[in-house]
Write a protein of this length. Sequence first.
Length: 313
Amino acid sequence: MAAKHQSVADTLADVTARRPVLEPVLRAFEPLLSAGDALAGKLAKTVREAGLRLPELQWDRAQQGVSLLAGVSLTGAAGPMRQAAEELLPLLTTIEAVAPHAEALRAFFLRPADADDTRDALAEAMVAGRSIESIASDGGVDPEVLAFVTGFVLSPVLHAMVANALPEDGEAPWDKDGAWQQGYCPVCGAFPTIAWLDKPLLDEKNAYLAGGGGKKHLHCSQCGAGWKFLRGACPSCGKEASGTMEMLREAEAARGERLDWCTKCNTYCPTVDLREREAVPNLDALALGMMHLDMVAARKKLRPLRPSFWNMY
Ligand SMILES: [Zn+2]
Ligand SMILES: [Zn+2]
């Protein structure tokens, strides 16, 4: 039987029960995470109709470490981004640093889509990791605020593209035959926000197919893709000699939660061992719920593999 998948709210409630000190922060961000999660499902059709789809995986390019969306046009993203912004801006503009920019953000994101839309260009620049300065100044929005808000508005659009491309059952194309070997996302090129070790696979029909579990997967919060990765290797610098990766965890009630960090380049990634849990948590919510470990890492002078809004500063 498949393990139960927890919602954002259930995942955060679980964390709060064990770490009450985090409750105010988790409660503050829960509506935003829940809305983003729901939007990914709602946008499936809009995204398809806008002509946004992932290209087919090409073995050679995957082996060379070229992510699927590298250099791909995101024309048509403006419509679904607008739809996402309609739901997310009211939540995002309650954040103190964003509130003064509310009017400029609404004017930028909620206008009707047009030909040669700057929101398409913005989506492409975010995925490519290019500067968005000129788009921000043309749009009359502060560049840092625009980047922060676009992270939330674009993510459900990319999630919908990934979900539309995944087979109902079976492996993602990038996991087939070890097509993808990199520590960054096979779809959008971002570094993962969290890693997970899988549960033992139970196959009732064929005992020989039962696996022991414990294989490592990385999860991209930007687009929602997950991919297999070598357990002993560093997703950032690629080193894989024994002793490269160390583990940092609380003594008690860890429920499989820990940080895996690299002794060579000092980056870390939160990791959850699902063999130590009943249900499968919402990974984006759990990454937020593990912020107490981000603080421990910061004291050890470690850097997050992918900075998130709660560990950026
Ligand atoms: Zn991604
Ligand atoms: Zn490293």
